[in-house]
Design a protein around this ligand. Structure first.
Ligand code: SAH
Length: 397
């Protein structure tokens, strides 16, 4: 195999890599040996020539994503070792059980594999590539995946790169099965509850695996409550609330397709359950019309309001407005589970937005729980950008 091309950094730009932060920004680069192709694996050197890491090159502000801080090839054996580590961790977390067949196997930088997402839904793995290097290595990755998972446990591999690769890379792969597919079973189980996962057409890999523990917590509070699940997507929180003994659950999402799958997921677990109703509508409009005091448990789990740093201020206003509407309408003694999945917004900023909403409402509010992403979405401590999900469980007097 040809040696990897080298990229040398400007003086002083090596320190973040020496602390295992996995990104090299384009401004840090002094010199490239030839021009690496999009996604090509390169060796990164300090200005003085010391080896720093090997990673995937890509045109853009993040120029290299470090795959290893050792001077080693990123090859079949590398992916097999890395995926085996990731799987071992999920087994240690006891996430692969007969009553829990949904978990995230690989969470990008959090699993030292920048750009790679793998979610497991029963015997189907759904893969996303967020870098060209990962896309180009897909065959190595799927081969490794088949080898490390216990035989027969994953029969179908669905690759979902549409919309996740940068436009300027000029690569537009289509979503497709890389293995199996014809008889894939779309029903998978989370904490004993069944969900239909629409990986073909649904958002992200088809399900928001990251809310598992927060849904389980909500279940504990749902008894006899009138629950409003805003931004319900496929109804994760609704199904847990129903199992938790909610008096009623109303699910709202602007997507009619999502609302329809929510209905199917309720039926899958509880048949025709008259406690559940749903509505395809904009959340802000819905909350405006909602009579005061009708609901005493409200979930607010909107899409990321800030998709990049430039959008932070508007996003904070959005969170403030949304939380204020819920705080105005919730019954005394009610609970609000409120979330932000914007990576660009810190837990502190989010809390401040909710604080402002509370202050305007004039109501007494206590934080019962501070919520985050679960352990199968780990955060590399040197890569704080990986912390994206934050939430608060509030009690409102
Ligand atoms: N809570 C969900 C995930 C929510 S994802 C779960 O646990 O699975 C965010 C959802 O918000 C998406 O389904 C999207 O369709 C919906 N959405 C986006 N903008 C909206 C709006 N203005 N009003 C209502 N729903 C909206």
């Amino acid at each position: 195999m040809k040696p990897y091309k080298e990229i040398q950094l400007r003086p002083g730009k090596e320190s973040s890599l020496q602390r295992f932060h996995p990104w090299v920004f384009s401004g840090a680069i002094a010199r490239k040996q030839e021009d690496p192709a999009e996604g090509e694996t390169v060796r990164v050197l300090a200005a003085g020539g010391a080896f720093l890491g090997v990673g995937h090159f890509q045109t853009g502000s993040i120029a290299v994503r470090i795959m290893s801080f050792l001077d080693e090839p990123v090859d079949a054996a590398f992916y097999e070792r890395s995926l085996a580590e990731a799987y071992k961790m999920r087994l240690a977390l006891n996430l692969a059980r007969p009553d829990n067949t949904i978990f995230r196997l690989v969470h990008g930088e959090g699993d030292y594999l920048p750009g790679l997402i793998v979610d497991i839904y029963g015997d189907t793995a759904v893969i996303q590539a967020h870098s060209v290097g990962i896309h180009k290595d897909m065959e190595l990755i799927t081969d490794a995946l088949k080898r490390i998972l216990s035989p027969g446990s994953v029969k179908h591999i669905f690759y979902k790169p549409e919309g996740t690769l940068p436009y300027n890379a000029g690569i537009f792969p289509e979503n497709s099965y890389l293995s199996g597919g014809s008889d894939a079973n779309e029903i998978a189980v989370e904490n004993g509850l069944s969900f239909r996962i629409d990986w073909l057409k649904g958002q992200k890999t088809g399900f928001f695996v990251d809310q598992r523990e927060n849904r389980a917590l909500l279940e504990q509070y749902a008894r006899n409550r009138h629950v409003l699940n805003m931004f319900c997507y496929t109804g994760g929180f609704s199904v847990y609330a129903l199992r938790g003994g909610a008096a009623s659950v109303e699910s709202v999402d602007s997507s009619a397709k999502a609302v329809s799958i929510t209905g199917q997921n309720v039926a899958l677990n509880f048949g025709d359950d008259s406690r559940h109703s749903s509505c395809a509508e904009d959340a802000f409009k819905f909350l405006k019309k909602l009579p005061c005091g009708e609901k005493d448990l409200i979930i607010l789990d909107p899409p990321a309001f800030a998709k990049h740093r430039g959008a932070v201020n508007n996003a904070l206003q959005g969170y403030k407005k949304l939380n204020h509407s819920a705080l105005e309408k919730i019954a005394p003694g009610g609970l609000i589970f409120t979330f932000s999945c914007s990576q660009a917004i810190s837990a502190e900023q989010f809390r401040l937005a909710v604080f402002s909403a509370a202050a305007i409402s004039g109501r007494k509010v206590r934080i019962l729980h501070q919520l985050t992403q679960p352990a199968d979405h780990p955060i590399n401590i040197y890569h704080p950008e990986g912390e994206y999900l934050k939430g608060l469980a509030l009690q409102v007097e």
